[in-house]
Design a protein around this ligand. Sequence first.
Ligand code: GCB
Length: 605
Amino acid sequence: MLYPISTMSRTVSDLNGIWKFMVDQEVTPIDPGQPLPSDDVMAVPASFNDQTADAKIRSHTGYFWYQRRFAVADVLKDQRLVLRFGSATHEAWVYLNGQEVGHHKGGFTPFEIEISDDLVDEDNLLTVKLSNILDYSTIPVGNYSESQDESGHLTRKVDENFDFFNYAGLNRPIKLYSTPKAYIEDIVVAPAVDLDQQRADVHLTVKNGGEVFDEVNVTILDQAGNPVATGSGLDEHLILNNVHLWQPLKAYLYTAKVTGMIAGKVVDVYEEPFGVRTVQVTNGKFLINGRPFYFKGFGKHEDTYVNGKGLNEAYNVLDLNLMKKMGANSFRTSHYPYSDEMIRLCDREGIVVIEETPAVGLMVSFTFDNSEISKPGYQDDTWKDLNTAAAHRQAIHEIMDRDKNHACIVMWSIANEAANYSKGAHEYFEPLFKLARQLDPQKRPLTYIDLVWSNPQSDKSSDLLDVICLNRYYGWYLDTGDLEVSERKTRDELKAWQAKYPDKPIMYTEYGADTIPGLHSAYDEPWSEEFQEDYYRMNSKVFDEIPNFVGEQLWNFADFQTKYGIQRVQGNKKGVFTRSREPKSVVRYLSKRWNSIPNFDYKKS
Ligand code: GCB
């Protein structure tokens, strides 16, 4: 799916701004063709939850409505007009002038609706019904329940099976864009690079939608806008000599300019930026452009004050700047694909990204008693009770469709902390890995992220992974405060993984300790700033001893909002920055460490 841009043949209008808003009490039916019976408003893009002063609206679970009016300029009336939702969390029904024109389920990927034939001349009424319900058939996974009071009023509840607030609404931009009736529907860019010859064979595939072009021309422009290769046809190989590689923190972006022609006239033009780089996993190393790369960075969230999970581009820019200043080079889009805008920004800034599907919470019987788990044949209820496979497949299709061309994405994470230790995991994951491998035109490595109970003995499906990615909390959730025991356990486990899979690289995708900024302790107690630093120092020491250990992405970049819980103080406090991005004192230690670790060739052996 192409990102909406304006070119000489295309326009983009922004439908962001203030929309009418209403929670649906499910008492009287709502007519989507009429003005919503409500005086509430919400800003778009943003989650609705933290824009209200009403606690009931903030925690509303079920259905809610957004509405606005728009007009389309006469000059566009003969064009193909498409409504594009950057996301609608988690399920949306879209009505134009009272008619349902589209439906989409899955709150973290875009969808489009062609509306050319549904518009009226002057004043169009756009109404969107949304649901923030999550259950055992959705990703993320929610524990869903309903109850009724004496008057018959229905209350819906989602107990999140994951550790972030269920922010919902029109979280990402809504755009109306135009194309000609013969249009470029999609472009796939798959560069094959000969690093020795500094040469790339860029395989470009163009999909023509609507009326058929009789000629398609492709030009590759370098970063200064000069043409460096040209060709014609829907399936082309273009050669780049003296190729400029896209490198971590030194991005170089080419542009594929595609022109569709009919009878010698230019009809549609689209420009797709892309980077040229290689990614490969071999001999326990993660290679980018043929050299062993070391990941330094974070697990993150899309989470800011007021916007919730809504796009906040200023925070995106700030976050990347803070990362770079710390010497970090990467992050994971935990626990869902981030906005198009963030991924495009990472391409441009040279930030390396592990992109994750929204598959979080695929574990229905979590327990802190793990004595049974390592026994062969252990089975809990997860793979019997969950019905997420269809949503999971759809999510894989949609992330590949949206993000296949991005150089910044070097690996896909198929899930975060599923019950991989339970019988049935392999049967569940094998077809999903197969699907992802088939769909990715750049054949990036694949992983999922392992919970502590998924260890070298218990994990039923780690053979599917190209990189072993571990979330570990020794010293925090386990052996709280005891960094000596934790150091031993960290070392033992990493050694065991390395022994089991000598050819697979291993990295940490989470490790962290909740820390209250300004809380100090002469005894390095948990929750203090001193403990957070000691905890990271201990982990760093062990990481440096393990040859196949290729990266440290800590948890979390910044404090973030979660559901209520006795372990959460207005959210999760494992950030090394506060939610407003003030550094905790550990940032000094991490900056020193990361600025002294090179992006490449860190592990010599
Ligand atoms: C995890 C989860 C992450 C949580 C984190 C924590 O393992 O992947 O979503 O926020 O632990 O802080 O408990």
